[in-house]
Design a protein around this ligand. Structure first.
Ligand SMILES: *[C@@H]1O[C@H](CO)[C@@H](O)[C@H](O)[C@H]1NC(C)=O
Ligand SMILES: *[C@@H]1O[C@H](CO)[C@@H](O)[C@H](O)[C@H]1NC(C)=O
Ligand SMILES: *[C@@H]1O[C@H](CO)[C@@H](O)[C@H](O)[C@H]1NC(C)=O
Ligand SMILES: *[C@@H]1O[C@H](CO)[C@@H](O)[C@H](O)[C@H]1NC(C)=O
Ligand SMILES: *[C@@H]1O[C@H](CO)[C@@H](O)[C@H](O)[C@H]1NC(C)=O
Ligand SMILES: *[C@@H]1O[C@H](CO)[C@@H](O)[C@H](O)[C@H]1NC(C)=O
Ligand SMILES: [Ca+2]
Length: 524
């Protein structure tokens, strides 16, 4: 049985060897020339190119050294993890090494000594490159599989994450989801995110070690049990929305949420038998090259497609310079069996073609103007060829027209500027008194208060009089007896009647005390 599995695995690249030629030298009536086809790299062991990160810090066992036991031998706690001793250390890299016959090497976490606080660990795998899964992800746990865990993936180098699959011995209890099996999914639900109970139940730590993310079973929904009908799968990958992306990722993250419990409840008197230990993570997939390359190489620490069809970029996701007569398109698996290369073609960007500098894949023809114009320009661009920046954005002078960063937000200060638009160098139009590229500063002799206002007082020309003090250029704080913007008026001037002597304040205090006394008396 094991041999058969090994044989199948070995044959897989062959079985999926369609689309492995990008171009072919053919002779025609007009002489020999190249013919181009959609092409993709062969699947590889992606664990060889991964960088791994384990969180939180201090989750790896051995610092300080720690003893642990196993569910099979719960009272024989003689095993030791010691990070400073190579023979007893269990660093993360042991999840990706080649296993010698019978001798598993593994990463191991600290034990659950802080129960009931949950024992949580994240294992994050990053490729810095989009990859497409072509076979099951298989995670091998020594000493028992987690009773709760979750798989997440990112499509943008770890900026955003999405659930990929939930795993629990009781899906309803752990995640509030009903348990499902991938084998029960149908053509319309093949890319559904499910919770499965198949890989979390206790069956003895030696017997059931693997947790799977089932890619083959999902492929089989379209290609049949032995993946014989790959044509149907490739057709579906082109036509079913979101299906291709479902098998694509730049990063994967395993969130380990509760360790194996040995088939029973947590035994507080022996917490040394609860921990995670992962000996291998198998990820088989291919570089995503948008069907424009059949070769992916590892250069300067990163995977990189060797692009054909006059495309370029890490994923062959844009046209080479001077090959932008048409806008870039991914190759297509269709029509079978060789697909369409959708190559970029040579020539200056012609006004009537659909050229959108990579900010849109779609054009529409405006009949009465006889022009073809890009629709839904992305990356904050606009215009017939997405060659301008949207209002409120300006051109990034260090970026080419087809760069995602070509337009920079003006970021005008709302209070200081007339509107949210700026000129070609990013300068906003300021209201009176405001200055600075973003109008978030004031000219001298103006102060900021949700906009710039002329100083009411200062230390030079608008000096507070009669001993008043200037507060934040906004107002004079006048001494008793003075008023006016600059405290220039005595309160006793003009029509103010209750102010005929310097003792007016004493007088009013006396009046206040008297009325208080009278009020008090009135109570009796
Ligand atoms: C694991 O990653 C998730 C986000 O994917 C984060 O919310 C969580 O705090 C992380 N857990 C640990 C233990 O670092
Ligand atoms: C990721 O890949 C890009 C493109 O190959 C490269 O420029 C960048 O340095 C890589 N980043 C890391 C962190 O390896
Ligand atoms: C790419 O450009 C070259 C000219 O540099 C041309 O010979 C070749 O046919 C082009 N390839 C495709 C697929 O269009
Ligand atoms: C301008 O474009 C360059 C090149 O893509 C990019 O590195 C830079 O971050 C962009 N500047 C801003 C402010 O977005
Ligand atoms: C943008 O405005 C600033 C400030 O008014 C000015 O110095 C600069 O020359 C302007 N740039 C252009 C391209 O007009
Ligand atoms: C506008 O500028 C003021 C003064 O510099 C600053 O305090 C405020 O946060 C700015 N507002 C915004 C939205 O940037
Ligand atoms: Ca290993």
């Amino acid at each position: 049985m094991l041999c058969l599995v090994a044989l199948l695995l070995h044959c897989l690249p062959l079985a999926m060897g369609q689309y492995d030629i990008c171009k072919y030298w053919v002779s025609t009536d007009d002489g020999p020339s190249w013919e181009f086809y959609a092409c993709q790299p062969k699947p590889m062991q992606m664990k060889d190119y991964v960088t791994v990160r384990v969180d939180p810090s201090g989750i790896t066992c051995g610092d300080p050294p720690e003893r642990f036991c196993t569910h099979e031998n719960p009272y024989l706690c003689s095993d030791e993890c010691d990070a400073s001793n190579p023979d007893l250390a269990h660093p993360p890299k042991l999840m990706f090494d080649k296993e010698d016959e019978g001798l598993a090497t593994y990463w191991q976490s600290v034990t659950w000594s802080r129960y009931p606080e949950p024992l949580l660990a994240n294992i994050t795998l990053s490729w810095n490159k989009s990859i497409e899964l072509t076979d099951d992800i298989v995670v091998t746990f020594e000493y028992g599989r987690p009773t709760i865990m979750m798989l997440e993936k990112s499509l943008d180098n770890g900026r955003t994450w999405h659930p990929y699959q939930y795993y629990a011995d009781d899906c309803m209890e752990a995640f509030g989801m009903s348990a499902r099996k991938v084998r029960d999914l149908s053509t319309i639900s093949a890319n559904r995110v499910i919770c499965t109970e198949e890989y979390s139940r206790w069956a003895g730590s030696k017997k059931e070690k693997n947790v799977r993310f089932e890619v083959r079973d999902r492929f089989a929904i379209f290609a049949g049990q032995d993946l014989r009908n790959m044509d149907n799968l490739y057709t579906r990958l082109e036509s079913a929305k979101g299906l291709k992306d479902f098998f694509t990722a730049t990063d994967l993250r395993m969130r380990l949420l509760r360790p194996a419990l040995g088939g029973t409840y947590v035994q507080r008197e022996n917490l040394y038998k609860y921990f995670y230990a992962v000996s291998n993570i198998e990820v088989i997939g291919r570089c995503k090259c948008n069907l424009h390359s059949n070769l992916c190489s590892f250069k300067e620490g990163s995977l990189q497609c060797e692009c054909e069809h006059n495309t370029t970029g890490q994923d062959c996701s844009k046209c080479k310079k001077n090959f932008r007569t048409r806008s870039w398109r991914a190759g297509s698996y269709l029509p079978l069996p060789n697909g369409s290369p959708n190559a970029c073609s040579w020539g200056p960007a012609a006004a009537n073609n659909c050229e959108c500098y990579g900010h849109s894949n779609r054009c529409s023809y405006i009949d009465f103007l006889n022009v073809v114009t890009c629709v839904s320009c992305k990356h904050n661009t606009r215009g017939q060829h997405c060659q301008h920046c949207r209002l409120g954005f300006y051109r990034n002078s260090s970026a080419e027209l087809d760069d995602e960063n070509v337009c920079i937000e003006c970021n005008c200060n709302q209070s200081g500027s007339v509107h949210d638009r700026c000129n070609e160098t990013g300068y906003c139009e300021c209201k009176e008194g405001a200055t600075g590229p973003k109008c978030d500063d004031c000219f001298p002799s103006y102060y900021w208060r949700r906009g710039c206002f002329p100083n009411v007082c200062d230390d030079e020309l608008l000096i507070c009089q009669n001993g008043g003090t200037c507060s934040q250029n906004q107002r004079c704080i006048c001494p008793v007896g003075y008023k006016g913007v600059l405290c220039e008026q005595s309160k006793c001037e003009g029509e103010n009647k209750d102010c005929d002597s310097a003792s007016s304040s004493y007088l009013s205090l006396a009046t206040f005390l008297c009325s208080a006394l009278l009020l008090q008396l009135g109570h009796f």
